[in-house]
Design a protein around this ligand. Structure first.
Ligand SMILES: C[S@@+](CC[C@H](N)C(=O)[O-])C[C@H]1O[C@@H](n2cnc3c(N)ncnc32)[C@H](O)[C@@H]1O
Length: 311
């Protein structure tokens, strides 16, 4: 089953500097062909390139902004802001209760067009004293996020660059729809960087890897997305989503964090589960977090509890 996403192949960035790198159209086409995805290979072959076969960066930016604009419908439909607040609200109560000096800074890694950060800023759902920052390696997406936030006069910030190279430390790292972009070894690195930072916790939402996910993604992307690249990548993302076990294993690479899954397989109805988060919290925060979550804490499982229910 083809799993590569077109949007990952048509753009490349130096992760240290955030500098854009040239992408040869023929190389992207070849990777897609080798993945057995001739339709995606045709879509990329139609993109404009210069005389040396390097993809036109402006055309690629326009395409990515268009696809991500459509993708915001998914975030709205799945009420991603509310889902995050359901966990980050109690987590911020726990962090404050254990004497964190502040400021409380939430950093959205790979924020794209910044839907989540802009939603949090527009609703004030986490309270006025939470600093909201979106970071992305892609300059075009984060630039558009910044433009939209300014147009709406929102109290939040967008930064172009690597989320792990910010001058100010995050209190909590979050993300939506980012984890499946990393193969397993890189995923462990992603979590390790957060454990090694001064952050108190992370909470990353991604597609739940259920048997129904690729069909659900196909239906949704046919119904709500127009661009063939967005439709293609939506289904590819669902196919490559990490399973619960892989997420827990990778999150365990974060030093000094307790890896936890919220509403994993067997705890949630597979017909309703679309996105579910993996969390990591500093050990002293687990008890106050569970207390702040109340009844919902029964759906927050550590590796041992998960192994028992998944058996
Ligand atoms: C599919 S997009 C996610 C879009 C967005 N979260 C949403 O829900 O629409 C994944 C993004 O993660 C960004 N990314 C990956 N690693 C990153 C890092 N270490 N720092 C900042 N951005 C990163 C990529 O540039 C890419 O734009």
């Amino acid at each position: 089953m083809p799993q590569l996403e077109i949007s990952d192949l048509i753009t490349a960035v130096d992760p240290e500097s955030g500098r854009r790198l040239p992408v040869r159209r023929a190389e992207a086409v070849e990777l897609l062909r080798a993945d057995g995805d001739l339709r995606a290979a045709r879509l990329v072959a139609e993109l404009p390139a210069d005389r040396d076969g390097v993809l036109d960066p402006d055309a690629v930016d326009r395409l990515l902004i268009r696809v991500h604009t459509e993708l915001q419908r998914l975030s709205e439909e799945l009420r991603i802001g509310r889902r995050l607040v359901h966990l980050i609200g109690p987590l911020s109560t726990a962090i404050r209760a254990t004497g964190h000096p502040g400021p409380f800074r939430l950093v959205d890694i790979g924020c794209g067009l910044g839907f989540l950060v802009r939603w949090l800023a527009a609703t004030g759902a986490l309270g006025p004293d939470v600093e909201l920052v979106g970071v992305d390696l892609n300059a075009a997406l984060v630039g558009e996020a910044d433009r939209l936030a300014r147009a709406e006069r929102l109290d939040c910030r967008f930064v172009h660059g690597n989320a792990f190279a910010l001058p100010e430390a995050a209190t909590v790292y979050v993300s939506t729809g980012v984890l499946h972009h990393f193969p397993e070894p890189a995923l462990a690195e992603f979590f390790r960087a957060q454990g090694e930072s001064p952050a108190m916790a992370f909470c990353h939402y991604d597609i739940a890897a259920t048997g129904l996910a690729p069909i659900g993604a196909w239906v949704f992307h046919r119904a709500r997305m127009r661009h063939p690249v967005g439709r293609h990548d939506g289904v590819a993302s669902a196919r490559r989503a990490h399973g619960d076990e892989s997420l827990l294993r990778a999150a365990a690479a974060a030093p000094g964090m307790r890896p936890l899954l919220y509403e994993p397989r067997r705890v949630a109805n597979p017909f309703c589960t679309t996105l579910r988060p993996v969390l990591g919290v500093r050990p002293h925060l687990e008890a106050p977090l569970r207390q702040a979550l109340g009844q919902a804490s029964r759906r927050l499982l550590d590796a041992e509890q998960f192994a028992r229910v998944a058996r």
